[in-house]
Ligand binder design. Sequence first.
Ligand SMILES: [Fe+2]
Ligand SMILES: [Fe+2]
Length: 440
Amino acid sequence: MPTTSSPARPAAAGRMVAVNEMTRLIRLLFEVEREFVRTASTLVYRVGEPELKYLVCQHLWESAGHARFLRERGRELTTFGTNDAVRGSISRIFTEAVGRNTADPLVITAGFYEVLKPALLAAYRHYLKVTDPLADWPSKKLVEEFIADEERHAREIAPFLKDVDAREWKLHLTQALDDLGGWLGQETRLPLAAHYAWQHEQTPYTHPATCNRGKYPICSGVFGLDPTEDPIVRPWLTDPKTDARVIRLMVYVWLMMEMDAIDYLSTVFIETPTAPFDLHYDLARHLWDESRHSQFGFRQLPKFGVDLMTVEHSLDLYNILVQMPPHERYAMMTMEFEANSFPTKATVMDRVRELNDFEADTLLAFDRNDEQNHVRYGHRWLPEIMALFDEKRPTEQFVKETKDKFYQLAEIYGGKVPHSLPKEKRLTGEKILKLAGVSK
Ligand SMILES: [Fe+2]
Ligand SMILES: [Fe+2]
């Protein structure tokens, strides 16, 4: 029987046009947030101020959260798509924003925070303006929250950027963004000049050979055997004769040194551009956890009379790991350093509990809980990260051979950072005894 109705497809597409238009914008916002996480993570080990590292880690985590909620909402709508891929027109701007590894890291920070993120805030505001507040209430609620977050991020970063002259770099990025007419194409497009040169096409980004700790003194490592040289005297941690107050100070130094983990873990995102978003999401969480662990030490040590300018920062782990590809870095972190830290930390926690220091107990308990999750992340993601690099060895064999490789590379790249301070000036086991008011 012949039918007289019009063809089904065009009518169906037309029927959903209002939803599809908002879905298109949510998809763009998701891609922008995920690219911010992938690329702004390169700021962490390039900036020197710990407080700025911590803040960027926090913002990366919040941005990963925005991306996740946007994707969740997007998937309720019909045309969001089933993969996490980012279109080239967005990713190339973020890749450009990473700059060269020789650039002033604060100028690069200003590019992200004074061009790309304000444009994201403008995009969220545009979304609120054009969507229907009742029909699209679920998206509206999210976007309202993200606007408040973006405004707060701008306030939180401002003190770090107030004396930074980044006009030239910001203009460079603004031009790239104007070519799109803003992240949502909501503004008038200003096509790129023919002579516009994409820096990353000329010089692809590579990680700096060492990480930046700004004004703080540095060294190769903080664990050792000599109390006149090293702040964490390994045998003291597990020696029942060590005073618990000494152990508490040493574990705070240990926690503060998780700044290592912040710096080397944040190198992984940029090198895994095709990773599923869930991998970057868990890495962002991992990164933020480590930044809080490091803050435990950074904030507690001064309360016990430690001058942070006497605490040398250990750079060996970054310096060695950056010589390895990302999947090997991640394997060392989760399957070696983290997986093997539990027995000593358990002993330390039991000793610290003698002090009835509720704050110390709390920090150590949350640290332990987080670390258990990190090892879980490792088991979940290591095979996937290996696949991204076409690594076909069985996981167990890969981990074992990666450990061997790490210890070989440590011979070449480890132990090369001289002490910034003479032993009389730096925090050592002996000084910790004095600060704790005990004699060994
Ligand atoms: Fe940690
Ligand atoms: Fe960890």
